[in-house]
Each structure stands twice: as structure tokens, then as C-alpha cells.
Design a protein around this ligand. Structure first.
Ligand code: PEP
Length: 249
């Protein structure tokens, strides 16, 4: 059975209420089978890991595709682990579109994350044109297949975040039924391209303008195992409300 996750992607932001106050509120949630994960900017990983206690886990927002060496400005998977992270977000659409990350680069990052023992959160998702042209299944299958270039033997787990690009930070979210159809397409791609155990064991999260207001339809109809949340995750109350909808739909 896939595990349930709710992940806060702070991007290059901090919660206005401050890290300690935020963690205090979010840490008061009852996990009941769902893992809470916070992904802060790199310099705050240790602060979040220290304040996270036993209720929360920590993720990096990215890592290098090398283990160490002359790569100015990069952070390795092992360094994330040393700072207290257990997860790493890879292939976020902002990394793909703003920093030119390709499927091949992301597969190399997956490989170093697997080798270091970090659980990768692999982001995939189509742009609006691809959806309008009816090519979502093929597009996502290509992203899933490209990731299989990483050696999955060392991977204990991989989480997939389905994030349609047209829904990220736009206030326009996918409907539950649309997400359910897409999740089925992703599972079919996992069956075709990844080792057998991943088809049924992989958690598939939805991300894209999730708020406490629109979360119920996604939980009720989306066939998802949780959420990757950007904007709304900066507010501890909203993040907690999103989590609450997942545990009691
Ligand atoms: C994201 O950046 O992963 C994301 C889903 O952002 P938002 O919730 O703001 O759309």
C-alpha cells in the first residue's frame, strides 16, 4: 500500500509567522498514518530538522547530480542527509523551466539520491498545451521512463508528485476526476517502465494550487496519496487544514 504524505514546499520563502511558530502549529497535527514533510531553503534545513521533533520530516528542494567536487553553488544528497533531511524534491517544474533541468539530469540526481539513502520526491507534470492536445498520458509516460535511467536497485522508495504546470502557483487547480484519470495513467507508466514493486507501492501526490478550500474534491475523487503544497504551505493553519482533509475526508 502506498504511504500518505503532505509536503510543504516553501520554495525561496519563509513562513511569515517564523519557523518556530510554524513548526509548533504544524507539529500539533495528529499524523495518523500520514507523514508531514517540510522542504525549506537549504540554509534552514537544520533549524527545521531541530524543531521538527518526531512528528515532521524534512526534505531538500533539490540536490546536485554529483556526490562531491568542484560544483560551485551545488549541494549534495549526502549534505542534505547530514543536515537532517530524509527526502529530496527532484524535477520540480520550476527547476525544469527556469534552470533548464532535463529528464537526463533529473535521472542522474535520482541516482545520487538513491545512493545516499534519501527518498526522492519526483515531480512530473504537463503544460497546458500538452493537456489541450490530449497528449498527457504520453508526456507523463516519457517523464516516468526517463527517470528509470537511474538505478532503482538502491531505491527503497520513490514518491511521485503529479504537478500539472498550468496549476502551479496559478490559483487554477485540477479537478479530482481529472487527477484520478491522470494517476491511473501514471500507474500504467510505472508498470511499463519501473521495476514491478513500484507500480502498487509508489505514493502519487497531487500538487498545484492546493488550498483548504479545494482539497476535498481532490481527496474524494483524485485517487491520490497526499499533496505537495507550495503557496498555501507557508501558512501553518492552511497546511494543517489540508492535512486534516486527507486524514478525515
Ligand atoms: C509547488 O510548487 O510544488 C506547488 C504545488 O505550488 P502551489 O501549491 O503554490 O501551486
Amino acid at each position: 500500500m502506498p504511504r500518505h504524505y503532505v509536503i510543504a514546499n516553501w520554495k525561496m520563502n519563509l513562513p511569515p509567522e517564523g519557523i518556530d511558530a510554524y513548526l509548533h502549529v504544524v507539529g500539533s497535527g495528529e499524523p495518523a498514518g500520514t507523514s508531514f514533510i517540510v522542504a525549506p531553503p537549504f540554509p534552514y534545513l537544520r533549524d527545521v530538522a531541530r524543531g521538527a521533533g518526531t512528528v515532521l520530516d524534512v526534505a531538500g528542494q533539490n540536490c546536485a547530480d554529483h556526490q562531491s567536487g568542484p560544483f560551485t553553488g551545488e549541494v549534495s544528497a549526502q549534505m542534505l542527509l547530514d543536515a537532517g533531511a530524509r527526502y529530496v524534491i527532484l524535477g520540480h517544474s520550476e527547476r525544469r523551466s527556469l534552470y533548464g533541468e532535463t529528464d537526463a539530469l533529473i535521472a542522474r540526481k535520482l541516482a545520487v539520491a538513491h545512493a545516499a539513502g534519501l527518498v526522492p520526491v519526483l515531480c512530473i507534470g504537463e503544460d497546458l498545451r500538452t493537456r489541450e492536445m490530449g497528449q498527457v498520458a504520453r508526456f507523463l509516460a516519457d517523464q516516468v521512463r526517463a527517470a528509470s535511467a537511474a538505478d532503482f536497485e538502491k531505491a527503497s522508495e520513490v514518491i511521485i508528485a503529479y504537478e500539472p504546470i498550468w496549476a502551479i502557483g496559478t490559483g487554477r487547480n485540477a479537478s479530482g476526476l481529472m487527477v484520478a484519470e491522470t494517476v491511473a495513467q501514471i500507474r500504467e507508466a510505472l508498470r511499463r517502465f519501473w521495476p514491478p514493486r513500484f507500480e502498487s507501492e509508489t505514493s502519487i501526490l497531487y500538487g498545484g494550487s492546493v488550498t483548504p478550500e479545494n482539497v476535498r474534491d481532490l481527496v474524494a475523487h483524485g485517487h491520490i496519496d497526499g499533496f505537495l503544497v507550495g503557496g498555501a504551505s507557508l501558512d501553518s493553519g492552511k497546511f494543517l487544514a489540508i492535512y486534516g482533509s486527507l486524514s478525515s475526508p
